[in-house]
Design a protein around this ligand. Structure first.
Ligand SMILES: Cc1ncc(C[n+]2csc(CCOP(=O)(O)OP(=O)(O)O)c2C)c(N)n1
Ligand code: SF4
Length: 278
């Protein structure tokens, strides 16, 4: 029997670190953290089997608040870090945490290619439709008429549609959650983590400080009226035409995850170095 098998199962509280979150009171990200810990406990994974990788933003603070392995990376680069980690340590469960600014703006290109590569990991974006940490600038998912001192009269720009882009780019599992429903979010995270390939979970997570209007989301969200589909055409129609507040698993694909053969290089490092000698 291995050491991990011999010890008692972890409870959600066992995944909490000693660091107290510094999110604003009422921030949706507190509930996302709670959902992470519930999902990890439900999966029965020991903390040292999980890695939470992030970029920059309020949402990206989350790795510090778990006692799993963590990597607080740089803006928009979390998926690249996580891909490198997963292909070299495929036995680890890799969760990537991001925000709509971090993940869809600076990290937008990585998002497309992570979906396309379909490496077995779970990408969670806490979408509050604003750059929270840098005081409320519009992000790629901000409504065109969001009128503040930082965007007088609104940007007038059409928002980015993350779920459609994920589907078109090849993500193998797509879901939308609401942070205010931590039990349902935890169950979706369990499913996302268990699903092979690249799973994308968009969590609507209000920024109560710069988007107090998002407190109304609890009245707007509703369960998706349709069962998940594995037909990308059907999923595209549903996602394109929903109201943005349908909650649930929307797509379960069956693409084979990409798992490159690593650690089998035949070249000697000294020979490679010779090739680069000046
Ligand atoms: C390369 C780089 N560009 C810009 C910044 C400034 N910056 C830090 S957090 C942030 C916004 C993050 O917004 P989002 O991902 O929506 O996260 P939130 O804070 O809303 O959770 C920006 C622009 C940075 N730290 N590094
Ligand atoms: S600024 Fe917004 S996203 Fe950041 S901690 Fe506060 S409520 Fe949360």
């Amino acid at each position: 029997m291995s050491i991990t098998e011999a010890r008692p199962a972890c409870k959600p509280a066992d995944y909490k670190s000693d660091i107290k979150p510094i999110w604003c009171p009422g921030c949706g990200d507190y509930h996302v953290l709670m959902s992470f810990n519930r999902a990890f406990a439900e999966l029965g994974l020991p903390p040292e089997q999980i890695v939470v990788v992030s970029g920059i933003g309020c949402s990206s603070r989350i790795p510090a608040y778990t006692n799993c392995y963590g990597f607080h990376g740089v803006h928009g680069r979390s998926l690249a870090l996580a891909a490198g980690l997963k292909v070299t340590r495929p036995e680890l469960t890799v969760i990537v945490a991001s925000g709509d600014g971090d993940g869809y703006s600076i990290g937008g290109n990585h998002f497309l290619h992570a979906c396309r590569r379909n490496i077995d990991m779970t990408y969670v974006v806490m979408d509050n439709r604003v750059y929270g940490m840098t005081k409320g600038q519009p992000s790629p998912t901000t409504e065109p008429d969001f009128d503040t001192a930082l965007s007088p009269g609104g940007t007038g720009l059409r928002p980015f549609h993350p779920l459609v882009i994920a589907l078109a780019s090849g993500a193998n599992f797509i879901a939308r959650c609401f942070s205010g429903e931590p039990n349902a979010t935890a169950s979706t995270l369990v499913e996302a983590i268990q699903h092979p390939g690249f799973s994308f979970v968009e969590i609507l997570s209000p920024c109560v400080t710069f988007r107090p209007d998002e407190k109304d989301w609890k009245e707007l969200v509703h369960p998706a009226p349709v069962a998940p589909t594995s037909d990308p055409g059907k999923a595209a129609r549903r996602i394109m035409t929903d109201d943005g507040f349908n909650i649930g698993v929307l797509y379960r694909g069956d693409r084979k995850p990409y798992a490159p053969a690593v650690g089998r290089a035949s070249a000697d490092l000294a020979d490679l170095e010779k090739d680069f000698e000046l």
